[in-house]
Write a protein of this length. Structure first.
Length: 333
């Protein structure tokens, strides 16, 4: 992982709030790299020999399920059906692979799903915090555990993306060895690190794309054209809302049609509060549209990146959108 002064105390011994907010975000490249190293293990190699009926991905967090759907959009077509949920479906059995992902140490529902899946004979893969009830339950049922970074504790969309990518790629029978998947993820980790360097709190608004995104307040609608771009918009909407910036997401074609109804209404100069209906609250909040991995003339903000591989572009945009959350509370963004 590339490190910088955002992870160290200031001269006075206190921590810069931006450095603290950016700490977990700065580990996104390392999160991917940890999964890449896991791909070199014997346990991961065993996944390459399986031919499951389905893959069941369990994420208790809404943003985590959105990130899993984004990964699936990038990976399609897959060799088997993929089911994404927050709880174990009734059909889960010995022919299925269950992948449980959460940054939490404890979650009763996820722990119960892990234990139940193992009892039903499912192959179980768990990516969670290094200590806690989830990790203990995973060990008790001899699940395949994806190693976690010891210090990073916050949400990690990059980790969700990397774990789901690793499992789905290992099940792709055009892949000869899990180590090949690890090599692909190492490249993705480098892309995440480069993006995070550009989004560092040490860089000001003029050259920092994450700070520029953080300036968008009021009503924010994330959008995109195509399955991957829309899935990325859904992920950003869920992630930004989780960090206090209420957002929505919508497919670009539908949003273009809806824009006239979403635009703030002009104040009637003859408005009389004693006789007229109160104006719409839309007049109080500006509208911002963020178009991911797409280009439209009507979009207020467009976020894209030139990359030779779609997966690498998505990884960079995930890092950028997540980095923006560090600046939500900054007065100067």
């Amino acid at each position: 992982m590339h490190t910088s002064s955002w992870t160290t105390p200031t001269a006075s011994g206190s921590y810069d709030p931006l450095a603290v907010a950016f700490y977990d975000i700065a580990h996104e490249g390392a999160q991917i790299r940890a999964v890449a190293q896991w791909c070199e293990s014997e346990q991961t190699q065993q996944l390459c020999t399986l031919q499951p009926r389905s893959v069941i991905i369990l994420c208790p967090e809404h943003w985590g399920r959105a990130a899993a759907r984004l990964t699936l959009a990038v990976a399609e077509p897959t060799g088997c059906p993929v089911h994404i949920s927050d709880q174990l479906p009734r059909f889960a059995g010995s022919l299925d692979i269950v992948v449980a992902i959460s940054e939490r140490a404890d979650h009763d529902g996820l722990s119960h799903s892990i234990v139940t899946a193992a009892r039903r004979g499912c192959h179980v893969v768990v990516a969670c915090a290094p200590h806690g009830h989830i990790a203990a339950d995973a060990e008790d049922v001899a699940a395949i555990v994806v190693p976690a970074l010891p210090l990073a504790q916050g949400p990690s969309p990059a980790r969700v993306f990397a774990v789901v990518t690793a499992v789905l790629r290992c099940l792709d029978h055009t892949v000869r060895a899990a180590g090949d998947v690890g090599a692909e993820l190492h490249i993705s980790a480098d892309h995440a690190d480069r993006e995070l360097q550009e989004c560092s709190p040490e860089r000001d608004q003029l050259v920092n794309p994450a700070r520029q995104l953080a300036l968008l307040s009021g009503r924010v609608i994330h959008s995109g054209r195509g399955l991957v771009a829309v899935s990325l918009a859904d992920t950003m909407s869920a992630l930004w809302t989780a960090f206090g910036r209420a957002s929505a997401s919508m497919e670009a074609q539908e949003l273009e049609v809806a824009l006239p109804r979403l635009e703030p209404k002009e104040q009637n100069i003859f408005y009389d509060p004693e006789f007229d209906t109160p104006p719409s609250s839309n007049t109080e909040l500006p509208l911002h549209t963020v178009l991911w991995l797409s280009a439209e003339t009507w979009a207020r903000s467009q976020v894209s990146e030139d990359a030779t591989h779609e997966r690498d572009a998505v990884v960079r945009m995930l890092a950028r959108g997540y980095a923006a959350t560090a600046f939500f509370g900054a007065t100067d963004a």
